[in-house]
Design a protein around this ligand. Structure first.
Ligand SMILES: *Cc1c(COP(=O)(O)O)cnc(C)c1O
Length: 433
């Protein structure tokens, strides 16, 4: 087909190589998508109430108290669907589950409300949320700035796929504001940082980074997986978009893989369109599990905040522990900088990796497994899991020292977890406190 004929058919419309997507969507729509059956709560309600009620689909036929599972891949076409096709409003009418499903809309509205954002997209994983966001917000020839210790999957995406798609990436120390400022170029379009880093729990200054992004006319994307909206709402600190691995705290039960992107609808409509092309669909059962899990997010995270703080305090006084990584230990962060720090505590045991491996095996309550954010405590060693591909020198540079264990604290009794840690740390050499 000749290019003339293609443009005559409108195939080229809306295809741009410049960053005009900022203003492309002039439509009035600023919230949703939701149907008249989805429960809309005022964004001013407390997180506790929003987590339970925001977004619930109130089924008019049965009066079901919870959102039903709309286990279907497609929906009967009607006049609304046909006008959605002609108006380009496909995001707002149930047509085909890859495009939208009432179960997706329910959990999207809940997470959008919790993060204080206009709109959200639920995806099949945290990585698909991040990849869709970064691809959407950047053009060929553009530049991205991120932290050198971001989540491994994110690092590989930025390190491998972005350059091969014509995006240049600079990795900086996320705590070094001058380094971030100095990395800015005229073509910088996106800054991507995590609100709390893995496994060393650094807290980059999101407000200051947002200021840098704003003056560079770039967008700030914050991965808020570790803190959750219960502890920090990056949009209120100036971030443009929030991404999540909902596999962690939002799902909360280690039984579902999913992700979210939250922000203004004009961005989300574009990101949603990218998720369609990537096929990043969250299926109906996944949405049900997420919505059910997210209802208790505030309760779980508050408990995990308390459990991890008590465990960090206990570990910092244990003679078999040489160092604890936790925002309030060693004055790394002022107490009260945010509500809490979630469930992750990292610590180094005397005797290096072999000894750390032994300590993990001695534990009776936590499972040895990677991941975090579930109701059950997990332990793993970054050096032979998430950071195993790094050389000893690279590990040392990032601060992954021998003997480092990452504990993802669950909601169990903190006294029993501490007792368990104490016996696991002290058992072999008879050292007991
Ligand atoms: C787990 C994780 C991801 C990736 O999420 P998946 O759901 O596993 O795709 C991204 N960012 C952070 C901070 C994570 O912990």
């Amino acid at each position: 087909m000749s290019s003339e004929r293609r443009s005559a058919l409108g195939f080229e419309e809306g295809r741009t190589s410049e960053a005009v997507w900022f203003n492309e969507l002039t439509r009035k729509r600023s919230t949703g998508p939701v149907s008249p059956q989805h429960r809309i709560m005022p964004r001013s309600a407390s997180p506790d109430t929003l987590a339970v009620h925001a977004g619930t689909y109130e089924d008019p036929t049965t009066g079901s108290v919870g959102t039903p599972i709309f286990q279907t891949s497609t929906f009967k076409l009607n006049d609304d669907s046909y006008s959605a096709f002609s108006d380009g409003a496909l995001r707002d009418v149930p047509i085909y589950t890859r495009y939208g499903n009432p179960g997706q809309w329910a959990v999207q509205e809940k997470v959008a409300a919790l993060e204080g954002g206009e709109s959200a997209v639920v995806t099949a994983s945290g990585m698909s949320a991040i990849a869709s966001t970064v691809f959407t917000l950047t053009n060929k020839g553009s530049h991205i700035i991120s932290g050198y210790d971001v989540y491994g999957g994110t690092y590989n995406l930025l390190r491998e796929d972005m350059p091969s798609c014509g995006r240049d990436v600079t990795f900086v120390d996320p705590l070094n504001i001058d380094a971030i400022k100095n990395a800015i170029r005229p073509e910088t379009q996106v800054l991507l940082f995590e609100s709390l880093t893995n496994p060393l729990l650094k807290m980059p200054p999101i407000e200051a980074i947002a200021e840098i992004a704003r003056s560079a006319n770039a967008l700030l994307v914050v991965d808020n997986t570790f803190l959750t909206p219960i502890n920090m709402r990056p949009l209120s600190l100036g971030a443009d978009l929030v991404v999540h691995s909902a596999t962690k705290y939002i799902g909360g039960h280690s039984d579902v893989t999913a992700g979210f992107v939250v922000g203004r609808r004009k961005f989300l409509d574009k990101i949603w369109a990218q998720t369609l092309r990537f096929g990043a669909t969250a299926d109906p059962l996944c949405c049900f599990l997420l919505e059910r899990g997210a209802k208790t997010l505030p309760l779980r995270v508050e408990r995990q905040n308390r459990n991890s703080a008590a465990i960090a305090d206990f570990l910092s006084r244990h003679d078999q522990v040489t160092r604890v990584h936790y925002p309030t230990v060693n004055d790394e962060v002022e107490a009260g900088a945010c509500q809490g720090y979630g469930g992750v505590v990292s610590f180094e045991v005397a005797g290096g990796d072999d000894r750390a491996f032994e300590v993990m095996r001695n534990l009776r309550i936590p499972y040895v497994a990677t991941s975090l954010g579930g109701v059950e405590s997990l332990v793993s060693m970054p050096s032979n899991t998430s950071h195993s591909s790094l050389t000893a020198r690279q590990k040392a540079l990032i601060g992954i020292n021998p003997g480092l264990i990452r504990m993802a604290v669950g909601i169990e009794s903190v006294d029993e977890l501490i007792e368990d840690l104490d016996q696991a740390l002290g058992r072999d050499n008879g050292v007991r406190r």
